[in-house]
Write a protein that binds this ligand. Structure first.
Ligand SMILES: [Zn+2]
Length: 148
């Protein structure tokens, strides 16, 4: 697995002087506009490993700078681990999975209490029944979202 920053550094150092400023920043001559100063191009390692290029002499396009180094734009980005693709948690309707689980758990709890009351011979009030219908509708709503 290659590091985009090190890749750019190695391509630049083949062409001329590279001045390192710590692990994540270097300065060199911009390969696109051919400046002699080793200060014209700034190369930084971004937070996610992406290389950030900035030409201070002519404001060269990132793609132009990459091509001048014999690289493609994609070389400036870290490789994806295709075995474990980054995926967002799937939403269930408008809810995140954890929210759906919390809703189901609380409605299931209410339903279980009502069921236990019925099993013990209690009768449910109209208010209890209305709440039980709400719980049923919510549970069915999530179920339908998952199975549509
Ligand atoms: Zn330039």
């Amino acid at each position: 697995m290659s590091d985009p920053f090190e890749l750019v550094e190695s391509h630049l150092s083949h062409r001329g002087k590279v001045r390192l400023h710590g692990r994540d920043h270097l300065r060199a001559a911009c390969p696109a506009c051919g400046g002699k100063s080793t200060n014209t191009l700034s190369v930084r390692r971004g937070d996610n490993g992406t290389v950030l290029l900035k030409c201070f002499k002519s404001g060269c396009e990132v793609e132009t700078i990459a091509h001048a180094l014999g690289l493609d734009l994609s070389d400036l980005f870290p490789e994806r681990d295709d075995a474990r693709p980054v995926s967002k948690p799937r939403r269930i309707g408008l809810m995140l999975p954890m929210q759906a689980i919390e809703l189901i758990a609380s409605e299931a709890w209410l339903t279980a209490v009502a069921a236990e009351n019925l099993a013990n011979g209690y009768t449910l009030t109209d208010v209890d029944l209305a709440r039980l219908r709400d719980a049923s509708a919510r549970i069915q709503g999530v179920y339908k979202e998952l199975h549509q």
